[in-house]
Write a protein that binds this ligand. Structure first.
Ligand SMILES: [Zn+2]
Length: 289
């Protein structure tokens, strides 16, 4: 039933990179202290203390995330996700207002993409971001129009921003991700379906799709995971989508997060984490900073 539970933690493409899922073992111990799946109306549980620890939201940090984009009918979620996840990494720890705004249009102009197979697009885009990088939005603008491919009009010899590599997690528990998301936003690949399109924040708040009904290789959509929290004991990831501010909670969704490892399947099929060795940011903001 569960095609996402191959044995072992699979990390590919950049085996030398700094993040391993083993780093988060301490958070797993804490996860087992409160079994929120068993918390009923009569049970005693100190939500307040747990929730103050068990939350993170990069929206609270000025200038790290860019505004919500509307990709409209263009299959460019991969471009939005990769540019925004790198932009966030480069902006963490940078003094306001000196953060960078990177050009999504530039990567759309240069990376071959195929609307039918989104997974290939993100692979091509990862290579481009490592080898060539992207310029600032001020150099290569979309002017608020659709992200359709065109020729760059700026000069070639300008400053491009890149990263050293990307770590991919394809077999993971959500608990593995919490410490990573506290350090930086990451890309999540989420199966795309009508439920996601019609996600109703006001009615359901937490999006949860039954992944056991998915085909073995579902079509996926790229989003940014920018934090996590709980509502009434139900844990969620905070996700920035690229379907405009009319979708979800002003462009964001709250996606079900596995409360305890092994109990359910992550809503994400893969996580992609950009790495940059010489970036002068601190090791990660302190909780509550
Ligand atoms: Zn350009």
């Amino acid at each position: 039933m569960d095609n996402n539970k191959r044995k072992g933690k699979e990390i590919y493409e950049e085996p030398e990179t700094v993040f391993t899922t083993g780093e988060t073992s301490s958070s797993r111990v804490e996860e087992t202290e409160g079994d929120y799946e068993n918390v009923g109306s009569g049970a005693y549980y100190d939500y307040y203390d747990y929730e103050s620890y068990d939350r993170w939201d990069w929206r609270d940090y000025d200038g790290v995330l860019g505004p919500v984009i509307d990709q409209r009918d263009q299959a460019t979620c991969w471009a939005v996700a990769i540019v925004r996840v790198v932009q966030a990494l480069l902006n963490i720890g940078v003094v306001v207002p000196q953060q960078l705004e990177l050009s999504i249009q530039h990567i759309v102009n240069h990376v071959n993409f195929d609307a039918e197979r989104g997974i290939n697009n993100i692979r091509n885009a990862l290579s481009f971001m490592k080898s060539s990088g992207v310029c600032l939005e001020s150099r290569c603008r979309s002017h608020g129009r659709q992200l359709v491919r065109k020729n760059c009009t700026h000069q070639q010899h300008i400053n491009y921003h890149k990263v050293d590599g990307f770590t991919h997690l394809t077999d993971f528990e959500d608990a593995d991700l919490e410490d990573i998301v506290r350090r930086q936003p990451v890309i999540g690949l989420i199966p795309i379906n009508a439920e996601l399109h019609y996600y109703d924040f006001g009615r359901d708040m937490i999006y949860q799709h039954d992944r056991t009904t998915d085909p073995a290789d579902p079509a996926v959509h790229n989003v940014l995971i920018v934090g996590f929290g709980n509502r009434n004991g139900r844990p969620y990831w905070i996700v920035q989508n690229s379907w405009g501010e009319d979708w979800g909670d002003r462009g964001y969704a709250y996606v079900y997060r596995q409360p305890i490892s092994g109990r359910s399947i992550s809503q994400f099929t893969e996580i992609i984490i950009p790495n940059k060795r010489d970036h002068p940011r601190p090791p990660g903001p302190k909780s509550g900073a």
